[in-house]
Ligand binder design. Structure first.
Ligand SMILES: Nc1ncnc2c1ncn2[C@@H]1O[C@H](COP(=O)(O)OP(=O)(O)O)[C@@H](O)[C@H]1O
Ligand SMILES: [Mg+2]
Length: 509
């Protein structure tokens, strides 16, 4: 059947480029090619070096799908095929030795093949194969006509392979992303200790603010748990399935802050070899946690202010603003207000950040949480250190911990527990390296001072029990209660308190 070559080229190209799904495009091309060639099946095979075989990635057929999809290739055949450049005809009865070895592998018996190598920039990427029932069905005219469409077929195959790879990488990345997020999300053992006691007010504020999208400012000394609270806000918010991106403003070298926070375009500066999304862009749909915001240099403060006002960023070297849908949580251990007075922090930025301030109190102002925190860290650190049976804490030790001033707050307690576990591997935890701070010392002083004069055993006991009751906020019974700290039974303690005329004085609410 005579066909004009230009028209043939056009028609085949339109069909093979009509869908990103190679099987659909391939089917459409097949329907058209049937008018010009004898065909029962049409295959698109790619050489797979790692398999030592060709792999079928698309097919079209008038009848049933032919069974052979992966054809292992002997070394010699592999080289022969790899060197072919023009379309070639395969008949099972061919005199050529190589074709006769190859024919049974591809089940050529009783059929003819017209095969065309597809190359991009001279690299072999696959074969288009037309197959017809019967011997010697293809002629040199068929070969010439098929070679007219070698480029569109090669291009379509290359696109399909690239698309397949992109989809595969996307799936891998999505899977990685899900995995990493689940690793980041708070685990069962990660609960906030003291949420109902020392951090009760803080947690109430967390509950209030979490459902909204407003900026939150966390203030408190180092190690008080600001990051823990920032996490709690994010994971209690509607953005919990979005990213939680942390930036330590004090830890990024000044020259890199812009590109870290806002990203950069490819070629924006020497070394910007690829485009990079900044942390604000990465946080889109989620929360950005700006830790140690007080350390942000003046230049970056200006740019941060603009992000907060306009909710869009500009990449370094970029020429268009990119909208960002983010929630900002900032934290600092500094007094930002006095930094403003000293002109070290921009007042306008401070106003923007200070919409909903939450103060995380230092540990010495919530001593009642110390026993629970200590026990929590014993469990956590034993797991980390591979200690199967967590050692007990000796009774007087918890009292010592509660009396201490904790300048490094919860982090200091965490580190102390770890050191103690390592130092006294297997033994009971005494924490006797710890000196009580002034508060505890004061009480001791009273007792010791009096002891120099005349103090009865009852007086000493009264002073000591009231001291402990102050530490526990009047709690007698249960974990962190006075009985536990004193190492006696709660009923015994109550009895003794009765005799001494002591009330528990427990605060309610
Ligand atoms: N209420 C808490 N419950 C359990 N662990 C806590 C609590 N507060 C702080 N931590 C732990 O103490 C350490 C210091 O907390 P972090 O949030 O980093 O403090 P900050 O950011 O205020 O310096 C972290 O290891 C954290 O997990
Ligand atoms: Mg921190």
């Amino acid at each position: 059947m005579a066909v004009e070559k230009d028209e043939f080229f056009r028609e085949v190209t339109l069909r093979i480029c009509s869908s990103l799904q190679i099987n659909i495009a391939f089917e459409r091309a097949f329907e058209y090619l049937r008018d010009h060639f004898p065909i029962d099946h049409m295959f698109l095979d790619i050489p797979d070096k790692s398999l030592g075989a060709t792999r079928r990635i698309a097919f079209a057929s008038v009848g049933h799908r032919p069974p052979v999809e992966i054809v292992p290739l002997p070394e010699g055949v592999w080289e022969w095929l790899g060197g072919l450049r023009a379309p070639f005809i395969l008949n099972a009865s061919d005199a050529d030795e190589r074709i006769r070895t190859f024919a049974p592998l591809i089940k050529l018996e009783g059929c003819s093949d017209l095969s065309m190598p597809l190359r991009i920039e001279d690299e072999l990427i696959g074969f288009l194969i037309l197959r017809a029932k019967g011997e010697k069905r293809y002629t040199s005219d068929h070969m010439a006509l098929l070679s007219v469409v070698v480029e569109p077929f090669a291009m379509a195959l290359a696109n399909a392979l690239a698309h397949e790879a992109v989809v595969r990488y996307r799936d891998i990345l999505l899977d990685d992303n899900r995995f990493l997020r689940s690793e980041l999300a708070p685990k069962l053992g990660d609960e906030i200790i003291g949420g109902n006691t020392g951090l009760r007010n803080v947690m109430e504020m967390v509950q209030q603010v979490a459902p909204l999208s407003n900026t939150v400012l966390l203030m408190g000394e180092t190690g008080t748990g600001k990051e823990v609270i920032a996490n709690a806000i994010h994971f209690a918010s509607p953005r919990k399935d979005g990213p939680f991106i942390k930036v330590n403003c004090g830890a990024i070298p000044e020259g890199l802050i812009d590109s870290e926070l806002f990203g950069h375009e490819k070629g924006a500066f020497t070394g910007a070899v690829t485009e990079k999304r900044g942390r604000f862009e990465r946080a889109t749909g989620g929360t950005i946690f700006l830790d140690e915001i007080g350390e942000l240099p003046p230049q970056a403060q200006v740019r941060l202010l603009r992000v907060l006002q306009q909710r869009e960023i500009e990449r370094v070297g970029g020429d268009r603003p990119i909208p960002v849908d983010i929630r900002v949580i900032a934290a600092t251990h500094r007094n930002l207000e006095s930094m403003v007075t000293e002109n070290r922090f921009r007042e306008d930025l401070w106003f923007r950040l200070n919409v909903f301030p939450i103060i995380v109190p230092p540990l010495r102002q919530r001593r009642e949480d110390v026993p629970a925190l200590a026990r929590h860290f014993v469990m956590v650190k034993c797991r980390e250190l591979g200690i199967a049976i967590p050692p007990a804490i000796v009774p007087g030790a918890l009292e010592r911990l509660m009396n201490y001033g904790w300048p490094g707050n919860v982090r200091e307690l965490e580190n102390l527990v770890e050191r103690e576990l390592i130092r006294h591997r297997g033994g009971q935890l005494r924490f006797d390296s710890l000196l009580s701070d002034d508060k505890g010392g004061e009480f001791k002083h009273v007792i010791e001072g009096k002891a120099a004069g005349h103090i009865s055993l009852d007086e000493a006991m009264t002073a000591h029990i009231s001291n402990v009751l102050k530490l526990t906020n009047g709690k007698i019974h249960g974990p962190g209660g006075a009985a536990e700290l004193l190492g006696i039974n709660p009923n015994t303690l109550r009895g003794r308190m009765g005799k001494l005329g002591l009330k528990s004085g427990r605060r309610t609410g």
